[in-house]
Every structure is written in structure tokens, then in C-alpha cells.
Design a protein around this ligand. Structure first.
Ligand code: SAH
Ligand code: SF4
Ligand code: F3S
Length: 442
């Protein structure tokens, strides 16, 4: 028997890509590949890419250029591009970078083993179809190997919302929800392998409406309640949500489902109704604030996170002030903010662009405000007891790192704690991006 081939995967972009990379590694496992973390050792390199902003897409080409020497030294080395750049620019990648042997889109990666077999015959392979078959069903091999205590699980994919700036509806396709029974099955498999926290993923995860095991559609809340019955699964999270899909039952679950963690990522993008309209977001600043008010009524201690874009075409200073006001009104625990990036093929691409210097300055001011809020929230945790799911050793001797229910990273000196343990911790200190604490002994 020949020695197993080695696969090196590098993942960019969102959590869904992280999940997809795991699935691709498993699919290739069935075709005789084992994963390596050393690129110089690889027989195949796969970049799982992101197309959301221009910089993300350009990174792929510069990374590919760096593989030239490796490929010169070992002509048998195969180089593949997966993910959203593959979907958006498939054939162009092959033209621009002849080093590339394989291009596979996010909806066809279950066909990777078959494509790899073609490469072995000296061919190139490109597949950016949106196939009829369910890729998740094709990939349902259930690995048994132990794994870390936290996992992602894709439950919904694609987007029908078409925000004017965004490539996701084109790279991931239409919104599709997986059947609830399969998700529950996958979750049980993860728990058997040591997982204690699952983050349900979807580009619009709260729009989830999968077939229930006994027929009928299940909402995300119903799925969360069913998952909360899985023994050994202690924590449930979900991301990313759209404000218009925060249904009553989901808000209610935040108040009553003990395993659903008090953290919600709810992107708003802008606080200006004029800009929100031009973004095709289909909500207003007021309707977003109303949703937040209802969530906080159900779960007062919930930590909120968001996404913001500054410098969207035609954004004026007054629009930007509205965004700052919305941030003041919400009080975020953490947030992600971006300078608008023109994406070819999206409706906003042809509109009057904001001066880059102006957008940079707005981003700086917005991030200063968000950082201030983040630190205030972190500081407010000092003296409080939180529950921490420990994930791995820290950098200091005897130190362990985990996440609180609010998703803060927490460092604790606790030599007896193992990854996967959940313990009460009293927060003693707030650092730049994490907290420190001591175990609460009872
Ligand atoms: N489905 C999610 C997020 C998708 S992309 C949602 O609807 O919120 C993640 C974030 O990237 C977006 O929330 C947005 O803030 C940012 N983003 C998307 N397209 C962008 C663009 N063209 N330029 C800058 N930021 C962008
Ligand atoms: Fe993109 Fe908007 Fe869909 Fe989110 S809701 S993925 S921002 S189009
Ligand atoms: Fe990027 Fe595709 Fe995710 S564009 S953010 S990897 S859905």
C-alpha cells in the first residue's frame, strides 16, 4: 500500500469556511489523504478562500505566488483553490495563476476526492456548480477521532437578501436549510467526540427553516430546543443573524433556554435610514433598536455584537453621525467594522464612492468608540462570577484559557483543569482583548 498523501488546508474568511475546511479534510481522508500543518510536507495545498472584501480576494493571489518555489522543487505538488474566490473567479484563477491545478466552489466540494483522482492523471479540475445533490449528505461519514470542546455546525447556507454591497448571495447561492434530523445526528456525533459547545452556522442562521424529523418546518428556536436535549452538549450558540429574522420564539429562547448562551451577533451595518435603504437592508435603525430592546427584555445580561460598514457610497457625515448614535444607543460588547470595499457585480459597485481618506477617518472614529464600549463591558465583568468552558493551555505555566458564556476569552491559572471542563471563575482583571480570573471554590 502506498503511504498516505498529505493535505495542507489554509482557511480564510468566516466560520463557515472553517467548518467547510474540516469537511473537506474528512472527504479527502476517505481518498487516502491525511492532514498536515506543515506546508512543505504537503502533496496537496488547498486554500479555502473568502471574497467578501477586495483585500481578502487579493491575498489569495499573493499566497499562490509564494508556492512557486515549492512547486518547482516538487512538480507533483497539487495546488487547489476552494471557497468563495473559487466560486466568483474560478476560470480567472486558472488563467492568472497557472500553478493552480484545481478550483472547487463551496457547493461542490463533496466532489473533491473525484477531482483529486483526475489530478493524479495529470489533468486540471474545475467545479463551481450549484449541484442538485445535498453535499452534506454526501459527506456524512462520521469520524470517531476525539476533538476539541467547541465545534461549528452549518445548519443553513446561502442568502436571498442581496444587500447592495455583498457577494455572499452570488458565492454561496440561495438560502438552503438542512433537515433538523441530520443536524441533530451530527451534533450527537460531535458530542461523542468530546464537543461541549456547538455554534450553529448560517449566513442567515436565524432564517433557518429546515424539515423537521416528523415533517413540517422547524424554526431555529425549535432546533435549539431539540439540541438542548442532547446529553453532554452544554452550550449552544448561533451566528450570523439578520435583524429581520429575529422571530418571537428565538427571542423567547434567549430568555428561557439555559443552554443557549447570552451572546448575540446582530449586524446592522449603518445607523442611517437613508444608507440602510440604499444598502437594501430592509430594516431601519429604529426597527433594529426595537429588536434589541425585546432581546434585552428576555435576557437582560446578553452581550451584543455587530457588524458595521463605513464609507458606503453616498454616506455623508450626517449619516455617519447616525451610525455613531446607534452605537451609543446599543452599547456593544464587541463588534466588527469595515471600510466599504467595492465588489464587482454587486449593485453598489457602480455608485459614487466616498473618498478613501474620509472613509479611513470614519473607520478610525467608529473603532475608537467600539473599543471604548468593549473595554467598558469587559471592565464591568471584573468582580463577577462567570462560567468558563476551558479549551486549551495558555502561554504561562499552569494557565488555561477558555470562553465565558459571553464569549470573552478568560485566562485562569488552574493546573488541574482539562480542556472541556466547565468551571465557575471570578473575574479579577480586564486586559486588551481578554479577561483574567481565578477559580471559584465552593
Ligand atoms: N450574513 C451576515 C454577514 C456576511 S459578511 C450578515 O448579513 O450580517 C460579514 C460582514 O462583512 C457583513 O456583515 C458586512 O459588515 C461586511 N461586508 C460585507 N460585504 C462588504 C463589503 N463589500 N465591504 C465591506 N464590508 C463588507
Ligand atoms: Fe450579505 Fe446581506 Fe446576505 Fe448578510 S444578509 S450575507 S450582508 S447579502
Ligand atoms: Fe467570505 Fe464566503 Fe464567508 S465571501 S465571509 S468566506 S461566505
Amino acid at each position: 500500500m502506498s503511504a498516505p498523501k498529505k493535505l495542507f488546508i489554509k482557511t480564510y474568511g468566516c466560520q463557515m469556511n472553517v467548518y467547510d475546511s474540516e469537511r473537506m479534510a474528512e472527504a479527502m481522508g476517505g481518498a487516502g489523504y491525511t492532514e498536515t500543518h506543515d506546508v512543505s510536507d504537503a502533496d496537496m495545498i488547498l486554500l479555502n478562500t473568502c471574497h467578501i472584501r477586495e483585500k481578502a480576494a487579493e491575498k489569495v493571489y499573493s499566497e499562490l505566488g509564494r508556492f512557486r518555489d515549492l512547486k518547482d522543487a516538487r512538480p507533483d505538488l497539487k495546488i487547489g483553490v476552494a471557497g468563495c474566490v473559487a466560486q466568483a473567479e474560478g476560470e480567472e484563477i486558472m488563467r492568472r495563476q497557472p500553478l493552480v491545478d484545481l478550483v472547487v466552489g463551496p457547493q461542490s466540494y463533496h466532489r473533491l476526492p473525484e477531482m483529486a483522482a483526475r489530478l493524479a492523471l495529470g489533468e486540471k479540475a474545475l467545479d463551481t456548480d450549484f449541484p442538485e445533490e445535498d453535499k452534506f449528505e454526501q459527506l456524512k461519514a462520521r469520524p470517531k477521532a476525539k476533538r476539541g470542546p467547541t465545534a461549528f455546525l452549518t445548519v443553513q447556507e446561502g442568502c436571498d437578501k442581496f444587500c447592495a454591497f455583498c457577494v455572499v448571495p452570488y458565492t454561496r447561492g440561495a438560502e438552503v436549510s438542512r433537515p433538523a434530523g441530520r443536524i441533530l445526528d451530527e451534533a450527537r456525533g460531535l458530542v461523542e467526540r468530546g464537543v461541549r459547545e456547538i455554534t450553529l452556522l448560517g449566513q442567515n442562521v436565524n432564517a433557518y427553516h429546515g424539515a423537521g424529523p416528523q415533517g413540517g418546518d422547524w424554526s431555529l428556536a425549535r432546533l435549539i430546543w431539540a439540541l438542548s436535549e442532547v446529553d453532554g452538549l452544554e452550550r449552544i450558540r448561533f451566528t450570523t443573524s439578520h435583524p429581520n429574522d429575529m422571530s418571537d420564539d428565538l427571542i423567547e429562547a434567549h430568555g428561557s433556554c439555559a443552554k443557549l448562551m447570552p451572546y448575540l451577533h446582530l449586524p446592522v451595518q449603518s445607523g442611517s435610514d437613508r444608507i440602510l435603504k440604499r444598502m437594501n437592508r430592509k430594516h431601519t435603525a429604529q426597527s433594529y433598536l426595537k429588536v434589541i430592546e425585546r432581546i434585552r427584555a428576555a435576557r437582560p445580561d446578553i452581550l451584543l455584537s455587530g457588524d458595521f460598514i463605513v464609507g458606503f457610497p453616498e454616506e455623508t457625515d450626517a449619516d455617519f453621525q447616525d451610525t455613531l448614535r446607534l452605537i451609543e444607543a446599543v452599547g456593544y460588547g464587541t463588534a466588527y467594522s469595515f471600510k466599504y470595499s467595492t465588489r464587482p457585480g454587486t449593485p453598489a459597485a457602480n455608485r459614487a464612492q466616498v473618498d478613501a481618506g474620509v472613509a479611513d477617518e470614519r473607520l478610525r472614529r467608529l473603532q475608537a468608540l467600539l473599543t471604548e464600549q468593549q473595554h467598558a463591558v469587559q471592565q464591568s465583568m471584573v468582580g463577577r462570577d462567570v462560567s468558563v468552558l476551558f479549551e486549551k493551555p495558555g502561554r504561562m505555566l499552569g494557565q488555561m484559557v477558555g470562553k465565558s458564556e459571553y464569549l470573552h476569552a478568560v485566562h485562569v491559572v488552574a493546573p488541574d483543569i482539562q480542556p472541556g471542563d466547565i468551571a465557575r471563575v471570578r473575574i479579577t482583571e480586564s486586559g486588551t482583548n481578554s479577561l483574567a480570573g481565578v477559580l471559584v471554590t465552593v
